[in-house]
Design a protein around this ligand. Structure first.
Ligand SMILES: C[S@@+](CC[C@H](N)C(=O)[O-])C[C@H]1O[C@@H](n2cnc3c(N)ncnc32)[C@H](O)[C@@H]1O
Length: 281
């Protein structure tokens, strides 16, 4: 029996209180506990907090004591100040709302597409170039899981600090190594499964990627303009990469109203382009 999860049921009968020990009630496993990260969600925003021993000041909410969340079910509604919030488990899709953004980020859904086309799954070893705000790092670290490894090279000290703070906040830093260095020439790892860059000149990383990747390993470059995309793909061809795919990723929300369904007016019309390919001899 799991002592921590054991639970006492009190039953009052003819003035006598009976106590029952009920082990491992399945819904108890889903309760919030000390050490969890909780998203305070309301329709127009989300804030990430750690459930610990301290009271804390949360901008826009006020001073809260997170101990009051312990033992509550995920999804419970709580009143904080004048607003009501739902207590939710952090999801990687919400990360852009939760992190400090200093460099232009790769949207999580595009990072997931990059991971898909590079076959980045649990246990894979991946090198990344350009930490920026750490958004893509968070997604890739999440994809490789505890058995895998993500090593990110970043040139600038300020972005190293931001990315580290963000990944720690998201709880994604466990299997992640952040190195100060140039991804076009300083990479030490060899026979890696994938090499992913979000830097202004991805073609300059292709020689290094060729050295670091295992045969058949994947390279991906994310760029904001078509000129950069073209230059990247041409260098990929020159360097013997095969199975090359270039794409743009657009997503349009749908608004389901009482009188009908229409596309959202707020579509993000441009983000960036991706080139993916595989290394050969
Ligand atoms: C657009 S940001 C990356 C954003 C990141 N993908 C994200 O989702 O948050 C580009 C980053 O690449 C870094 N960078 C540029 N050239 C680099 C290089 N040769 N090696 C390592 N980092 C580089 C920049 O300092 C900057 O932090």
């Amino acid at each position: 029996m799991d002592i921590e999860l054991s639970f006492f049921l009190f039953k009052r009968r003819k003035g006598i209180i009976k106590v029952y020990n009920v082990p491992r009630l399945p819904y108890l496993v889903n309760m919030i506990k000390k050490g969890d990260k909780v998203v305070l969600w309301k329709t127009d925003g989300a804030t990430l907090v750690d459930v610990d021993e301290e009271t804390k000041k949360i901008p826009g909410i006020g001073i809260i004591d997170t101990r009051r969340f312990v033992g509550k079910d995920w999804g419970t509604e709580v009143e904080l100040g004048r607003d009501k919030y739902r207590l939710l488990q952090p999801a990687i899709k919400d990360a852009p709302k939760l992190i400090k953004r200093e460099a232009q980020i790769v949207l999580p859904r595009i990072a997931v597409q990059i991971a898909f086309y590079c076959d980045i799954t649990c246990g894979k070893r991946v090198v990344e170039g350009g930490a920026g705000s750490g958004m893509m790092s968070a997604v890739l670290a999440n994809m490789v899981g505890p058995e895998g490894e993500l090593v990110t090279y970043e040139l600038r000290e300020d972005f190293i600090r931001t990315a580290r703070t963000n990944l720690e906040k998201l709880g994604a830093a466990e299997n992640w190594k952040l190195v100060k260095g140039d991804v076009t020439k300083d990479v030490k790892e060899r026979t890696v499964d994938a090499f992913v860059v979000d830097i202004p000149e991805p073609w300059q990383a292709l020689d290094m990627a060729g050295e670091a990747l295992k045969n058949g390993g994947f390279f991906a470059g994310y760029v904001p303009s078509t000129n950069q995309l073209e230059r990247t793909v041409k260098k990929m061809r020159k360097n013997g990469f095969i199975d090359i795919k270039s794409f743009e990723s657009l997503e349009r929300d749908m608004v389901i109203g009482d009188r009908g369904v229409r596309p959202s007016f707020d579509m993000l019309g441009h983000t960036g382009y991706v080139a993916v390919g595989r290394k050969t001899h």
